[in-house]
Design a protein around this ligand. Sequence first.
Ligand SMILES: Cc1cc2nc3c(=O)[nH]c(=O)nc-3n(C[C@H](O)[C@H](O)[C@H](O)COP(=O)(O)OP(=O)(O)OC[C@H]3O[C@@H](n4cnc5c(N)ncnc54)[C@H](O)[C@@H]3O)c2cc1C
Length: 404
Amino acid sequence: MRSFSTSVQRAEEFENPFGPNSLYKLTEEEQMLRDVVRRYAESQVKPLVQKMDENEKMDPSIIKGLFEQGLMAIETSPELGGAGSSFLSAIIVIEELAKVDPSVSVMCDVHNTLVNTVLRKYANEHLQKKYMPSLSTDKLGSFCLSEPNSGSDAFAMKTSVKKSDDGSHYIINGSKMWITNSGEAEFFIVFAQGDPSKGYKGISAFAVEKEMGVEIGKKESKLGIRASSTCTVNFDNVKVPAENLIGEEGRGYKIAIEILNEGRVGIGAQMVGLAQGAFDRALAYTHDREQFAKPIAKFQGLQFQMAQVATEIEAARLMVYNAARLKEEGRPFTKQAAMAKLYSSQAAERAAGRAIEWFGGIGFTREQGIEKYWRDSKIGAIYEGTSNIQLNTIFNLTAKEHGF
Ligand SMILES: Cc1cc2nc3c(=O)[nH]c(=O)nc-3n(C[C@H](O)[C@H](O)[C@H](O)COP(=O)(O)OP(=O)(O)OC[C@H]3O[C@@H](n4cnc5c(N)ncnc54)[C@H](O)[C@@H]3O)c2cc1C
């Protein structure tokens, strides 16, 4: 009796917001947000996807639209112009956008889960008030960590920072590479080395405005997510006010590590959305396309392949949602985030690759946009830590859990 009544009580206790529910249990707000983003992506983004991919350029109306829809400040507090929503809300938005265009999705992802979150978690109130309202309404942000010679080994960065003699500002010199959103961004979170003798403990993070002298260099021409701008970002004696240091000097490495743990859940969501987008399109096509006098979806050979892919997408989504829930509950989630990113990028590549085959010849052309999903899927195994780096994390944490 006692254990029965205790369990009932616990279920009620946990009913809101989480608890012993399925991972699909969303709050009313999360559900509404999903519907809004789905409608926006279908009506406003979809018609522009092919053109943006071909032109390798994000349509300015999309950036404006994301701000207007309130999708660029999902977790930011209402006092700073945001929606004050949950991390899972951000994950849902990233997933929904990726179903239609993974380029738009990553723009929203980087702005929310990296740029806004660094300020929200580590900047003082003054810096938050200085930048977060405009990051909620019209200014796009970038996250500048990687360099030509420091990718997986990010803390081997060469970009340097020096404090001025009078202590009023910092001077940043160096080049960052592969910076998402940098073609359109007006605000940059920049990591720089202030004291190489301290190794990674010499790295600090700064809030930098484009107007401070940030120069946008070469724009990469890419295999996938071509509408998302990826440029080199140069800092030539860029003067940054001392108050723009985020957190304390030497805390940059910790900020980068912690923020990328969250960011990886976002990339997982992007990959889940991408896989679902490709799958949904293929499912419809296979019911329409006839060969041997019946829809090709009636052939068991295709059905089994589709069932397999559907199962993998489901597994990937549950991993992503679970990592997001763990984070929201304040519990460790580093291993689960790494697993979610690793697996969802693999599932996305398989789903998009299969979808091309299910479309047959037309899937191999640019006409249907199906091959784009596959091209876009490849980035999932590279940015915010390659798949090998995720495997390192997963192994190290698993071994540690077992006392090794
Ligand atoms: C489109 C795009 C957008 C990006 N956006 C951003 C951004 O906004 N901000 C930002 O800071 N960076 C960004 N990046 C950079 C991205 O995070 C790096 O490309 C990534 O971390 C890998 O670094 P790398 O390219 O130098 O590859 P490398 O580190 O040189 O890796 C090459 C290969 O070696 C493997 N490898 C390296 N070290 C190990 C190891 N210890 N064990 C096993 N294998 C290993 C890797 O897994 C990979 O297969 C972006 C990259 C791309 C392509």
